[in-house]
Design a protein around this ligand. Structure first.
Ligand code: NAP
Length: 291
């Protein structure tokens, strides 16, 4: 790839918009495709893209195209994009689930590499996009046996440009891992909010609402986001998410047993183990050096 490649971004929302801001700042020429005129105007005004259009034909000169649409639109978008691509162009996606996408996309375009930046917000849309969103955050690439090393290399350069921390694993490993740390929390957090609402006494319910503070804010954040995201996680990562939900259910049942038996020592051991385990998730080891 030449020294300053042209990047195409399809879907100028939170993730696509944030990528555009960072890549333009890094000196790349960024071409953006968005269906709505208001999105295109806003993207140009915010400095997210150099050029914007509704048609995929805009991306003809692109060296690398990032598909940033909702998950359900990724494969249909790739199908529509293929006729416009230069033979050596690299295509990636940012979808939160990889198993359903990567093999099918690689069959459609040999220079495809699945990706998932682990950075997000509870709000969607271009207005939520921000520069530096990916800095210091994990960015997972999910190559498969058919993935071309040169395509993965192009993506790795981009990941370093936005300051993200590279991880690589198979699509299946990715989906099982994110079921635990991203998709299960959404389901647990939404159940927490729902369970609080099931308090039968309206006076207590209103008091709970009035007293809710930082603890509830933290634990309800991911469950109180846009419902479309949780629905997509459940539909596209169904088996891994179900497995983690069942395991979580067993954990809750164990907690109920301990409390029913007034086994305070075992409960303390459970809580202490959780306290010791938590930092590893929040302060993970840095990216392994490239071989
Ligand atoms: P978003 O803010 O809603 O942006 C998606 C954009 O795609 C919209 O701005 C929309 O723009 C366009 N779009 C919507 N439906 C489309 C369709 N059917 N065909 C073509 N374009 C369409 O969503 P996002 O949060 O950036 O998520 C985008 C992708 O990133 C998803 O695949 C998601 O799994 C992944 N992801 C999200 C997060 C997160 O926390 N949000 C984190 C990591 C990865 P127009 O309507 O103007 O065309």
């Amino acid at each position: 790839m030449e020294s300053s490649p042209t990047i195409g971004i399809i879907g100028l929302g939170l993730i696509g918009g944030s990528l555009g801001l960072d890549l333009k700042q890094a000196g790349y020429r960024v071409l953006g495709v968005a269906r709505r005129a208001v999105t295109r105007q806003q993207a140009l005004a915010q400095g997210v893209v150099d050029q914007a259009a509704a048609e995929l034909a805009l991306l003809q000169p692109a060296d690398l195209v990032v598909i940033c649409t909702p998950i359900a639109a990724i494969l249909p978008t790739l199908d529509a994009l293929v006729p416009w691509l230069r033979p050596q162009a690299v295509v990636t996606d940012v979808g939160s689930v990889k198993g359903e996408i990567v093999a099918a996309a690689t069959q459609r375009w040999a220079n495809f590499v699945g990706g998932h930046p682990m950075a997000g917000k509870a709000t969607a849309g271009l207005e939520s996009a921000e520069a530096g969103l990916f800095r210091g955050k994990p960015y997972v690439l999910t190559p498969i046996a058919q993935t071309r090393p040169t395509a993965a290399e192009a993506l790795i350069t981009l990941i370093h440009q936005v300051g993200a921390i590279l991880h690589q694993c198979s699509p299946e490993q990715h989906d099982r891992a994110v079921a635990w740390i991203s998709h299960l929390p959404v389901m647990v957090s939404s159940s927490l909010i729902q369970a609080c609402g099931q308090e039968p006494d309206p006076t207590i319910r209103q008091l709970a609402v009035a007293l809710a503070s930082s603890g509830f804010r933290d634990t309800s954040r991911v469950g109180g986001g846009v419902p479309e995201l949780g629905l997509l996680m459940a539909r596209y990562n169904r088996s891994a998410l179900l497995a983690s939900l069942h395991s979580y259910q067993q954990n809750l049942a164990h907690l109920c047993d301990l409390m029913a038996a007034e086994d305070w020592a075992a409960l303390e051991a459970h809580l202490s183990a959780a306290q010791q385990a938590r930092p590893a998730y929040l302060d993970p080891p840095p990216e392994r050096p490239r071989s």
